[in-house]
Design a binder for this molecule. Structure first.
Ligand code: AMP
Length: 283
């Protein structure tokens, strides 16, 4: 696996591949890799001839009180994991390479970015949309793979790639989970043993609420009892537990179309997110 740190080197490699008629996939990450990330590399390998993964902890998507400075970093281990997964190039830019002096552009997506994490993390999706636009323009891949773990992020990315006619196919990959169902996340490393035990309640409660709603229960009542169950399990705060339209992400008071159930909850200073598909009840 080749490691490149500049846009010029990345472009040169990808241009050579493309002139040879090879199909290129991009997998953007912030590092501290786990099986969830590696599943994206596998999905990329299944659909393309060459795979570029990027690791960049993007300052623009962290709020002033968020975990930018303590975000886990393990460059060497990440590189080994990517190589083992069959990645061809690892793009590891510096902050200066990504945001040179004078940088002044912001990509802002309305609609799908409002509510859910958009409310709790002001500016977060602008930061994501801006950095992903840059990474897509730098690598110019045929396809790019993102996890459904960050379902709202995936919806934001699909929106601007369509709106800006970027001509890149965006693929969503299923959530990879730990044995107890907790969605894998680099942020799980922040959890104490006690918090980690409580965290297992998140996917369980989410699945219970999904089953209730899919079984015809009143949506508001199911969401309220799910929130209560999370607090009783030991979560300090539930930022949201909401049912939304799976495509537009508009709030859904009743299950009358393809839906997605979203949750964000806090254990100490760590914020965990998860989501599940909810199929409409057949008439
Ligand atoms: P991150 O490094 O957290 O920015 O994530 C990089 C990519 O990996 C994003 O597309 C995430 O949605 C995806 N990802 C993170 N965790 C998981 C997971 N447990 N399963 C599938 N994809 C994931």
């Amino acid at each position: 696996m080749q490691i490149v740190r500049t846009v010029a080197d990345l472009r040169k490699t990808v241009n050579d591949w493309r002139s040879a008629g090879l199909r290129v996939a991009l997998v953007p990450t912030m590092g501290a890799l786990h099986q969830g990330h590696l599943s994206l590399v596998e999905a990329a390998r299944a659909r393309a001839d060459r795979v570029v993964a990027s690791i960049f902890v993007n300052p623009k998507q962290f709020g002033p009180n968020e975990d930018l400075s303590r975000y886990p970093r393990q460059e060497e281990k990440d590189a080994q994991m990517l190589e083992g997964a069959g990645c061809d190039v690892l793009f590891l830019p510096t902050v200066e390479e990504m945001y040179p002096e004078g940088f002044a552009t912001n990509i802002s997506v309305s609609g799908v970015s409002s509510g859910l994490c958009g409310d709790d993390r002001p500016g977060h999706f602008d930061g994501v949309a801006t950095v992903v636009t840059k990474l897509l323009n730098m690598a110019r891949p045929d396809i790019a793979i993102f996890g459904e773990k960050d379902f709202q992020q995936l919806a934001v990315i699909r929106r601007f790639v369509t709106d800006l006619n970027m001509g890149i196919e965006i693929i969503g990959a299923p959530i990879v989970r730990e044995a107890d169902g907790l969605a894998m996340s680099s942020r799980n490393a922040y959890l104490s043993a006690e918090q980690r035990a409580i965290a297992g309640a998140l996917p369980n409660v989410l699945a219970q609420v999904r089953d209730q709603i899919a079984g015809g229960a009143d949506v508001a009542a199911a969401l309220a009892s799910g929130t209560q169950a999370l607090l009783e399990a030991g979560f300090a705060k539930v930022d949201y537990l909401e049912l939304r339209d799976a495509a537009s992400l508009a709030p859904l008071p009743a299950l009358d179309r393809e839906a997605r159930l979203f949750v964000a909850a806090r254990l100490g200073t760590t914020r965990l997110i998860d989501n599940l598909a909810v199929q409409p009840v057949l008439a």
